[in-house]
Design a protein around this ligand. Structure first.
Ligand code: MN
Length: 403
């Protein structure tokens, strides 16, 4: 059998390897797939290849789109990742990709985050709380195993697919999901040229000139879907925000799309009202304010969250700070994306503190690991404005000692 004549069998075989819950083909096979798969190589579809952009629980819309295309068993469905969070049918969508033999998806930052929340390796932002509340806890662990099995990259003879970008420094079979998902810290930045084309694409083409296949990705909306005709496709067109669900159909190269309801606003409104009824915003950890797809424990952001929680727990008596946090939450919903808006967010927060705390705020964010926890706490407890100078002097002296 060649790949071109047994595509369906190959797809099914792949599914069995990726999903231990499918009781087939195991036993006699000694192939062991790692828990994390950098690259999934698929044979060409006998029919068409349909590549869809970020779905975020828009299961019905995907079904409608596939129906409009008369998607059949000879066709291959590929998805750029971000199955979960924000939309209404995250788990139906995940179940579809898990169980449909000719449907595959790469790992999105939301899948990574949900799996890490289940494993206790990350905290949940509001969207992960919503998503996980829709799934019985007993089923979390097997879902985490499946999510962790999603590849960073999928390739077929026709196309390369990843969530947000490729690392030009690495070969296709050594891509790091932390990089392809653009999950946190400085790495969330994806610089682009004046034509809205991400710079990694130019670097990738330069590093791999022999590979002429088009690349499809999602994660962030761009000015247009076809960034480079026949070369680069940005398929995230904001389906869950009331935008479009977009799909690229190969080999014709046609684009199709479908309008979607604004599920994101509905989910956010529902979360806000549930929070008003439940606990006071003041008692919520900063992580619940953060961007719902970011990797909250990555690099500087991790320090920032830790430090912010410390400040918060120690400085509750300063009521102005509490009110500003509430106002900011009301206007932003969650911590803004990296960039100017996030900067303004923190500047506003800092400005809401008593002037004597401004420097401490900045210093704590920058030097969160300067002091061991007990020392830090003892110096911040029973804090008065007069004592702040002493505290800052202490921080500065420690900083100097560390340099
Ligand atoms: Mn994403």
């Amino acid at each position: 059998m060649t790949q071109s004549t047994c595509g369906q069998i190959n797809y099914f075989y792949r599914k069995c390897l990726m999903n231990p819950a499918i009781p087939c083909l195991h036993g006699d096979h000694t192939v062991q797939e790692p828990a994390f798969c950098p690259l999934l190589n698929l044979p060409a579809a006998r029919g068409r290849t349909v590549v869809v952009g970020d779905l975020h629980g828009c299961f019905r819309e995907l079904m409608a789109l596939l129906e409009s295309l008369a998607f059949g068993p000879d066709d291959l469905l590929l998805f750029v990742g971000d199955l979960l969070d924000r939309g209404p049918h995250s788990w139906e969508l995940a179940g579809y990709f898990r169980d449909t033999t000719n449907a595959f998806c790469v790992l999105g930052n939301h899948e990574r985050r949900v799996a890490r929340v289940i494993r206790g390796q990350a905290s949940a932002a509001w969207t992960q709380h919503q998503t996980l509340a829709a799934m019985p806890r007993a089923q979390w662990e097997p879902w985490a195993t499946w999510l962790e099995s999603l590849p960073a990259v999928i390739e077929t003879p026709e196309l390369i697919l990843t969530h947000s970008r490729l690392d030009p420094q690495r070969s296709l079979n050594a891509q790091d999901p932390y990089h392809t998902c653009a999950v946190g810290g400085e790495s969330v930045h994806i610089p682009k040229d004046g034509a809205d084309i991400p710079l990694w694409y130019h670097a990738w083409k330069e590093a791999h000139p022999e590979d002429k296949r088009p690349i499809a990705f999602g994660h962030l909306a761009h000015q247009r879907v076809v960034l480079v005709p026949g070369g680069l496709y940005a398929l995230d067109t904001g389906a869950v925000n009331g935008g479009l669900l977009s799909a690229l159909v190969l080999p014709s190269g046609h684009m199709v799309d479908l309008g979607c309801p604004d599920y994101f606003s509905q989910a956010l409104a529902s979360w806000r009202s549930s929070q008003r009824e439940a606990v006071s915003i003041r008692n919520r950890p900063i992580s619940s304010f953060r961007n719902d797809g970011a990797e909250e424990d990555a690099g500087p952001d991790r320090e920032l969250v830790t430090a912010f929680n410390k400040i918060w727990s120690e400085l509750n008596p300063y009521g102005r700070f509490c009110r500003h946090r509430e106002a900011l939450l009301a206007s932003h919903g969650s911590l803004p994306e990296h960039g100017a808006q996030r900067s303004r967010y923190y500047q506003t927060l800092r400005a809401s503190l008593p002037p004597g705390l401004h420097v401490l705020f900045a210093k704590t964010l920058i030097h969160a690991r300067l002091l061991p926890e007990p020392e830090f706490r003892s110096h911040l407890s029973s804090l008065s404005l007069e004592e702040l100078d002493k505290n800052l002097t202490f921080l500065e002296s420690r900083q100097l000692q560390q340099q």
